[in-house]
Every structure is written in C-alpha cells, then in structure tokens.
Design a protein. Structure first.
Ligand SMILES: N[C@@H](CCC(=O)N[C@@H](CS)C(=O)NCC(=O)O)C(=O)O
Ligand SMILES: [Fe+2]
Length: 428
C-alpha cells in the first residue's frame, strides 16, 4: 500500500488491509476516509469491515465513496467536512490514492486556494495523475445553471438554489420549514440559510418552486415568498391532492383550486430563470401532482429516482402508482445522457455521505430499479419494497400535508393566537 503525505493534515493511500489501520493509529493519524465504493474487486475489505477496523484502532471513519468520472460537489464537500471535523491528521484512501487526492485538490480549487490550471502539476509532484480533476473543472466551468444544494439531515431532504451565472437570477426548489414533532416547534433555520447564501452570492430570487406536496416535511415556500416577494409555483395536479386530503381532514373551508400558489404548472409549460430556459415535465407516481423542472441541463427529479445506489421513490402514498412512476422515470431517462439529475432526498445507504446528483447515463447504468428492468419487473419490485417501508407512511405525513396543500402556510392562529395541527385518527 502506498501512502503519500500531502500536507500536515492529509495523506492519501492505496487500499489498506485490516492491519494497516493499527499502523495508521501508531503513525499518529486520527481519522480514515474511505473514498472507494464497495465491490470494486474481489477481496476488497469494504465499508463495514473498514469501519470495524477503524473503530478497533481508535480511528474516526467516514465513507465518501466516489467513482472517478462521477464525482460531484457533494463528494468534495463531504471530504472537506470530514477534514474539518478530524481531531488530527487524516489518511484518505481509494484503490490507488488518486480519487482521494482528486477530492482534496478539487476542494482546494472550489475554495480558491488552488488555480484550476495548477491541479495536474500538483498531482504529478506527488506521483498521481489528476487529469480527471481537470476534466471535472472544465465541465463545471461550462455548466449552466449553477446548482447549490442544501441537505436537511432531519428529513434527509435536499433543497436547491438554481442560478443563471450571467444574470445572477435564481430559483429556490423544495425549501424546508423546520418542524420538531416532539415539541411542536417550527423554525426557519434551513430557509434562512438559503436566504443567507442568496444574499452572499448577490442573487435575485425569481421563483420559489415545489416539485410536489411533500409528505415528510413542511414546505418553506410561503415563508420565502413573504421574505423575497418571489412567486410560488407547483404542479397543476396539486388540486387533485387538495381534493383527496380535504376529505381526509374533513376540511370544508379548504380551497381546492390551487389558489394558494401564484402559478400552477402543467406538463410542457415553459418559463425562464434569468434567461435560462425551464420546462415542466409532469412526473406522477410518487404523488398525483409531482413535476420535474428541467432547467438548462439540470433536471430536478425530486422523488422519482434517487442517486443510483438508492433506487427510486415509494409509491404507496394516497394517489401513488408504481406504473405511473415507471412512465415518469422513462420520460426523464429520454433526456440527453449527460443531463444532470438532482434528487429530492438521500437516505445515505451504508452510512455514506449525502449525495443528490447523478446523470441520465449513470441512472441507466447503475440504478438497480432501472438498469435491465422492464415495466412489469419495476412495478413488482417497487410494490414489494413499498410493503417493507415503515407504516403509516413518513412519520410526518399527517402533519405535513395540511401545511403543504396550502403552499407551506401553517394553520391560521386560533383566538388565543396559537396555531394547531389536526390529526385524523384511523384514517389511512
Ligand atoms: N422514514 C422516513 C421515510 C420518508 C419517506 O417515505 N420518503 C419517501 C420520499 S417523501 C421515499 O420515497 N422514501 C423511499 C425509501 O424510503 O426507500 C420518514 O418517516 O420521514
Ligand atoms: Fe416526497
């Protein structure tokens, strides 16, 4: 195993065996980053074994698995977060050390400490070929829109700011309003973090977009509308979801005409974000009203497909349909192969870092719910998986729908000034 010192805080290595972990600890390392996906070759120890070896040696451990050509910003930020939290020097490994060094070098460039043109020479000095890092940076420089993701760990949701680099105009997609079901406390820390980013980047908000009425968290669309004045939008079939839940909540006063949003989008509708073209694709299956926003080369596919290692979204909510989800996924996969796909959740399989970005090509190649599967097989697989998921549904479903079918408005205060949620018993 090669182990090369990059600086006082970081060394990169090839694949270590179990004994190497004790040696790392003896050499003064405090943490190990495993940047290698499981199953690359026979005999590879893998995440579970490495985690155990690290624990036995008293080392912190994090799993940031990447494939060379598929590195995303999420991977780079996860690598940096581990470095920032480490209590001492870190050894980061993949098979040869190249991917580990790539993650480090890209972070240095994104933070402005290294020039893009210096990356390959930096690698050569340490004995590594960082041509892949150069290609990542070249591709990124040509991409529009810019996409910044905000992972919300409580509900594993991904919120996005999508901006047109030339005009500095942006849309916010699927923002989360904080809610703690134990105390009933609501909050705006996540939405305020988005506003702080928008302010620091000098962006102007043109749209506040939801992909669907979420069942696991409150939407911050209304709060952000009040803060920015930007119009809110969702899929036109939200009216069907309103009708469905009006009955469940026994809520005669609920308007089911979608008037709680400034704009309702139908399949094929187009709009602009600071000169970037945006198109709406109706993507039902997870909910009756789900839509995908295709903005430039980026599709916000929310709860259709997750990253390839995480399969697809569940279809057992009221109004859900595995067959409809299959059709929606096929429509997304008919986009150009290099289209960037941004998912609405990440449930971190194997305890890996959160990831949310993939491509049409990667989904077709590596998503076990998609690759080599036809509609009948998908429906059978999806329905079988839905039967194994915790019931009843996401734990916040009954809390969240009454807020989200009114565009993220909390219930109106009662005469004592306090707001209350209404929970139907035995309804589902
Ligand atoms: N345990 C989570 C479940 C959340 C959930 O059901 N998420 C939906 C998207 S809103 C999903 O598709 N999950 C897929 C899965 O869990 O495999 C909760 O209670 O909130
Ligand atoms: Fe969802």
């Amino acid at each position: 195993m090669t182990c090369v010192k990059v600086n006082e805080l970081l060394s990169v290595a090839g694949q270590p065996d179990a004994a190497a972990f004790a040696a790392f600890a003896a050499d003064g390392f405090a943490a190990v980053i495993n940047a290698r996906p499981d199953g690359e070759e026979p005999g590879q120890p893998g995440n579970t074994a490495e985690k155990a070896s690290a624990a036995a040696a008293g080392l912190s451990y994090s799993f940031v698995p990447v494939k060379g050509a598929e590195i995303t910003e999420a991977d780079i930020f996860a690598f940096q977060a581990t470095m920032a939290q480490a209590k001492g020097p870190v050894v980061a490994h993949c098979k040869s050390g190249t991917r580990a060094l790539t993650l480090h070098a890209l972070g240095e460039v994104l933070d402005g400490r290294m020039k893009p043109g210096d990356v390959e020479a930096f690698g050569q000095n340490l004995g590594f070929d960082l041509a892949g890092a150069r290609r990542f940076l070249e591709k990124r420089a040509g991409q529009a829109p810019h996409v910044t993701a905000f992972f919300e760990p409580r509900t594993c949701s991904v919120q996005y700011v999508v901006s047109a680099p030339k005009t500095k105009r942006c849309a916010i997609i699927d923002p989360v309003l904080d809610f703690d079901e134990m105390s009933g406390a609501t909050g705006t820390a996540n939405a305020d973090a988005i506003l702080a980013h928008i302010e620091s980047e000098g962006l102007t908000v043109e749209w506040i977009l939801d992909t669907h009425p979420h069942a696991d968290h409150f939407s911050a669309a209304h709060y952000l509308h009040e803060k920015t004045g930007a119009p809110t939008a969702i899929g036109a079939h939200v009216t069907d979801v309103q009708t469905l839940w009006k009955e469940i909540y026994n809520w005669p006063a609920l308007k089911t005409d979608g008037s709680q949003w400034d704009q309702l989008f139908a399949d094929g509708d187009t709009f602009e974000i600071g000169g970037l073209k945006a198109r709406v694709m109706f993507s039902p299956g997870h909910t009756l009203a789900s839509i995908t926003y295709l903005i430039g080369d980026a599709a916000f596919v929310h709860d259709t497909m997750f990253t390839p290692d995480s399969g697809t979204a569940r279809t057992d909510f009221p109004g859900g349909s595995a067959a409809a989800l299959w059709q929606s996924i096929q429509a997304i996969l008919s986009l150009p192969e290099e289209t960037r796909l941004f998912s609405g959740h990440d449930y971190q399989p194997g305890g890996r870092h959160p990831r949310w970005e993939s491509t049409v090509a990667a989904q077709k190649r590596a998503n076990p719910h998609i690759a080599g599967i036809d509609e009948a097989a998908f429906v059978a697989l999806r329905q079988a998986r839905d039967r194994t998921l915790p019931k009843p549904k996401p734990k916040l479903m009954l809390h969240a729908l009454q807020v989200n079918i009114r565009g993220g408005r909390l219930p109106d205060p009662e005469e004592n000034g306090r707001r209350y949620l209404k929970i139907p018993l035995d309804a589902l």
